[in-house]
Design a protein around this ligand. Structure first.
Ligand SMILES: [Zn+2]
Length: 114
């Protein structure tokens, strides 16, 4: 897969991930409260809050986040775009449409993904 496509899909995945979290954040009114004086604790606090938010997501959204994380780690390992079912390349059209998918069309039917 061309590096440019990979970069593009990676950006897309990160954006999708952010959107899922921010959708939840908007529902959670207590979210906006990271005060300035807690700046040293900020990183730790964000970690906690992210995992709290994660727990508030519905199962479908949690699964989306997991798929996105897995896709991102496959990108890091250089095995992105290879079907986890049959080890063939997933078509670029499918990756454009569903960048987080671990399966090609045939295996997706087989494993009933999404
Ligand atoms: Zn496959």
């Amino acid at each position: 897969m061309a590096t440019m496509d990979l970069e593009y899909l990676k950006a897309k995945l990160i954006m999708q991930r952010r959107e899922i979290f921010s959708r939840q954040q908007n529902l959670d009114e207590g979210w906006q409260e990271l005060s300035q004086r807690d700046i040293e604790m900020e990183e730790e606090a964000q970690k906690v809050e992210v995992s709290e938010i994660f727990n508030q997501l519905d199962l479908r959204e949690q699964r989306q986040i997991e798929e996105i994380d897995q896709a991102l780690s496959r990108m890091d390992s250089g095995i992105y775009g290879i079907c986890e079912g049959c080890r063939k390349n997933i078509s670029p059209e499918r990756l454009q449409a569903l960048p987080a998918t671990p399966y090609c069309v045939e295996c997706s039917d087989k494993y009933r993904e999404t």
